[in-house]
Ligand binder design. Structure first.
Ligand code: ARG
Length: 457
């Protein structure tokens, strides 16, 4: 039985019903719908629609239903109810009879679905915040273990200056911390309660909406009934936060796919997050990381889709808005899965420190050091830059590193170069010199780890 049969003499075309029904995806809002219904039943007591005793009876039945769907949410899918709101009402009527028919007094599915979805978003935000924290914790742990592991740092995918594996990890920790902060902001902003806004103009029962909001753990009631039932900013915001975080995850994945490649050979991923090839027995593919990179696309797709759906949509509720859920569910599920998977990829990771050191030593990554050295000896930087460029060409011709050139050879590029240049050209010196806040010097990285740990406590 649909919720709205009275005005109709013909049954819905089954093809229309299939097209229109949302139960197959909004069944995920069952618990939220029940919790919202309990709050609504309490509000109905305050306006004398329900007696306290009737309310208790409804609440008991709703609590039973909640326990049952928590135990087995998929049971809902066996029903042909139009949506989760209809399903809950049907179940309630089956349990308590005609009393169940009183619950929808003064309420619309428009304020109901807006409330359910916000409750769901709020819970999901908590789950995601904790996943982001775990990923950060994991990466700080890896950073701690790899403070002395030298890694070539790149610009333009060319070896630029040496960094450490720890420093690289901490770069991502900062990105995920910003995602965490964005998500917290979004969660705080969405925490307002639309219930009691009716279909669009407000409920005709003089209830205390702040009290309802309070009962449901919202920070306050929404202000305008038209906006309350039309607003899907929270859906868009969560998907934008997810998109930015997926962007970070995709960069992490891409870095690691490259590090894991036979060409780089910087890291080896554990067997637990890689798969083999059906044809080529030697292969161990970074599937988890490739999927993270690939799934980034569908999250952006959901955001773009919802932007288009809401664009130019007239006030107030329109059925278009039912399109909010599948994209949101998929985007947040995907974001969660990828965050967990990224953390898992660091379990049992092997960093080939000999190889990363060797790579950092190649590629003239200490050329800047030589230029700074010349500057210290009184040569203007622009000139020093040129001298070192010429020296690099000389070393390339000889097929060796800068520090492998003899003093006499180096002096040919600039007479000011002395024996003390060799100490400057070591990786240790390159790293240690970058000791301003945020730099790669061991002291700074140790400080950064300490700070990250304190923030994550
Ligand atoms: N299934 C609907 C949705 O997800 C619930 C609200 C229905 N409201 C309405 N006026 N038909 O948006």
């Amino acid at each position: 039985m649909a919720l709205w049969g009275g005005r109709f003499t013909q049954a819905a075309d089954t093809r229309f019903k299939d097209f229109n029904d949302s139960l197959r995806f909004d069944y995920r809002l069952a618990v939220q719908d029940i919790v919202g219904s309990i709050a609504w039943s309490k509000a109905l007591v305050t306006v004398n629609v329900l007696s306290s005793q009737e309310q208790q009876q409804l609440e008991l039945a709703l609590a039973e239903l909640k326990a049952s769907v928590e135990d087995n949410p998929k049971q809902i899918l066996a029903s042909d109810a139009e949506d989760i709101h209809s399903w809950v009402e049907q179940q309630l009527i089956a349990k308590v009879g005609d009393l169940g028919k009183k619950l929808h007094t003064g309420r619309s599915r428009n304020d109901q679905v807006a409330t359910d979805l916000k409750l769901w978003c709020r819970e999901q935000a908590e789950v995601l915040l904790s996943a982001l924290e775990q990923l950060q914790q994991q990466m700080v742990k890896v950073a701690q273990a790899h403070q002395t592991t030298v890694l070539p740092g790149y610009t333009h995918l060319q070896r630029a200056q040496p960094v450490t594996f720890a420093h690289w990890c901490l770069a991502y920790v900062d990105m995920f911390e910003r995602d965490h902060s964005r998500l917290k902001d979004a969660a705080a902003r969405l925490n307002t309660c639309p219930l009691g806004s009716g279909a669009l103009a407000g409920t005709a029962y003089p209830m205390d909406r702040e009290q309802i909001a309070h009962n449901l753990g919202f920070s306050r009631a929404t202000r305008n009934s038209l906006d309350s039932v039309s607003d899907r900013d929270h859906v868009l915001e969560l998907m934008s936060v997810a998109s930015i975080s997926m962007l970070h995850l995709s960069r992490l994945a891409e870095d690691m796919i490259f590090y894991n490649s036979g060409e780089a050979n910087f890291i080896e991923l554990a067997d637990t997050v890689t798969s083999g090839s059906s044809l080529m027995p030697q292969k161990k593919n970074p599937d988890a990381l490739e999927l993270i990179r690939g799934k980034t696309g569908r999250v952006y797709g959901s955001l773009a889709g919802m932007m288009m759906t809401v664009k130019a949509l007239p006030l107030a509720y329109n059925k278009d808005m039912q399109e909010d859920k599948e994209g949101l569910f998929d985007a947040l599920d995907t974001w969660f899965d990828c965050t967990v998977m990224a953390a898992l990829c660091f379990d049992g990771i092997k960093v080939n420190a000999e190889r990363t050191l060797e790579a950092a030593q190649q590629g003239y990554a200490n050329a800047t050091e030589l230029a700074d050295y010349l500057v210290a000896k009184g040569i203007p930087f622009r000139e020093a830059h040129h001298i070192v460029g010429v020296a690099v060409v000389g070393a390339i011709e000889k097929g060796c590193a800068l520090e492998a050139l003899s003093l006499a050879e180096l002096k040919a590029f600039s007479a000011v170069i002395e024996e003390d240049v060799y100490a400057i050209l070591t990786i240790e010196s390159c790293l240690a010199k970058r000791n301003a806040l945020g730099g790669v010097a061991p002291e700074q990285v140790a400080f950064a780890i300490e700070q990250a740990q304190a923030r994550l406590k």
